[in-house]
Design a protein around this ligand. Structure first.
Ligand code: FES
Ligand code: FES
Length: 154
């Protein structure tokens, strides 16, 4: 049985090695914050972090994960939604229906780790997640607020 390190815990999973990580997270571990949108790496709804980098879990087979790699889902991004991205998302009311937003937040958090003060162009390049509700402008604004710590300037 493979062991996965998810949100800081070592967890045993029973799944075929070809099973995408998304389904292991959702169906075996009950971590349903990570969403299924397209299943073909296009929409970003399934974005999680592997060793801090944004990865589309719908196309990542279990067998591609090394035992030492750390998986983080939206449930493990912070305690009490205290990550600057989550604070900014709340402050700016970013979500509409919400379906794409776990993936958006995970992608934004990975971007800020790599580029703490991204430009609009860098945000547009990095944030390739699809939102059917068209929250793109608020996503961009919230990433700038998150870069300032997550609280909008008065
Ligand atoms: S569900 Fe993975 S990218 Fe769309
Ligand atoms: S908030 Fe509805 S799909 Fe993005």
């Amino acid at each position: 049985m493979p062991t996965l390190n998810v949100n800081g815990r070592d967890l045993e999973v029973q799944a075929d090695p070809n099973t995408p990580l998304l389904w292991v997270l959702r169906e075996q571990l009950g971590l349903t914050g990570t969403k299924y949108g397209c299943g073909v790496a296009q929409c970003g709804a399934c974005t999680v972090h592997i060793d801090g980098a944004a990865v589309r879990s719908c196309v990542m087979p279990l067998s591609a994960l090394k035992p030492a790699q750390k998986v983080t889902t939206i449930e493990g991004l912070s305690t009490g939604a205290s990550h600057p991205v989550q604070k900014a998302w709340l402050a700016l009311d970013v979500p509409q229906c919400g379906y794409c937003q776990s993936g958006m937040i995970m992608a934004a958090a990975a971007l800020l780790k790599e580029k703490p003060r991204p430009t609009d162009a860098e945000i547009d390049d990095a944030m390739t997640n699809i939102c059917r509700c068209g929250t793109y402008n608020r996503v961009r604004a919230a990433i700038h607020v998150a870069a300032d710590g997550g609280t909008p300037k008065a």
